[in-house]
Ligand binder design. Sequence first.
Ligand code: S3P
Length: 462
Amino acid sequence: MKLVVTPSHPLVGQTSLPGDKSLSHRAAILAALAEGESRVENFLVGGVTRPLLNALTSLGVAWALHRDTLMISGAGLRGFQTPAAALDCGNSATTMRLLAGALAAGGISATLDGSPGLRRRPMRRIITPLRAMGVQITASPQDTAPLHLTARPAGQWYKALEYTLPVASAQVKSCLLLAALAADGPSILGEPVASRDHTERMLRSMGVSVETLASPLSPERLLKTGSPQDPIEPPKLQNYIRITPPASRRLQPLNLCLPGDISSAAFLIVAALITPGSEIALQEVLLNPTRSGLLDVLLEMGADLSIRVTEERHGEPVGNILARYSRLHGVEVDGCVAVRMIDEFPILAVAAAYATGKTVVRGAGELRYKESDRIAALCQELRALGVEALETVDGFIIHGKGYVPGGEVQSHADHRLAMALAVAGLASRQRVVVHQAQWIDESFPAFVPTLQSLGASVRQEA
Ligand code: S3P
């Protein structure tokens, strides 16, 4: 499927968004580990969550989906069944890394596998610390999927972990927090920069003690590892977390209504900022500060944004965003904010192309390990649209001219790249055609109808 985007009239109106992808993953997995019935409204029903739900079925977890409301009968921490075949995680590293932690907690034997793209994603970052806890896990010779976990001997728990993550990664942190539910005492995790903290917040709401520490209890004992797959980045804004498994080993079920995905909202916000005359309102968006780095950067670029937190929902800040067409200027983005907007670089690059002046992104080397090598693929495709985009080792430089000429581009099997490139066509001189755009279904199945409802000229072609 391809998307054909032609320069649009102003985007005007208001819309809500699909449930947050990260929260959807966590809600489904934690509800499966809980005891009792969980209810999750505004669950993201998309390409990334279908394999996850199928995996839960293979683990003997009963669930039902009524539109976007997910009901799950939790199996409890020790209630997973051994699956008959490998669990297919599709194209989602979040599914694979979080499930690895959940399976370790469940103590069963299972294999996790996925698409050729997922088989290329680095898994040593979870394998090393899981093994340090005593989890028996094997992988390919390159420490990539398929991953195989061997059951924990009956009546045993894992060793509590004290570990500093070599790279800030919420997927790795969440994997370890889940595995730590089956540890023989409190575990302490350090991360070089605070990454998204949804797992911590959700676990707390389920009765688990998860504390944020000013400093680790025993810094000299925190195990550090580095490898070509996971180079150690200089620590900044360190964050330390202590998780204590509940004495009962029981998690309370969830009753949630998930806020809209700020990473999906990002495409609509930039669409409005670059399309003359636009004004759009987005409602009930997740505004967790560990996710809202793009909003800070856009404000610094001169964006006309009004952001208002209206409520705290299940421990997460939620609110409304008003975005109006703006004249943007270039900006410098460094590694500290990069973690808080790690999924938003493709769309930031589009905003930077429509801005005037130079935008420099540094300290974002993790982008090379996403659904595509997001530094190389992004720069290549922006150049195909006539944008001056330069790849660097850990980021990129865009020389914004205030407009984008247009052209034909590829998605590189990357949903966020596809959506960002489509948005670039809303104000381009000539049309933009995005090939292989079906990947958008992974995280924002209603992307095209949502844009159309706001007045965008975008259509799907076979
Ligand atoms: C996610 C964490 C991020 C992000 C991904 C979702 C999560 O990945 O890119 O889309 O839900 O924890 P990393 O943990 O690899 O940075």
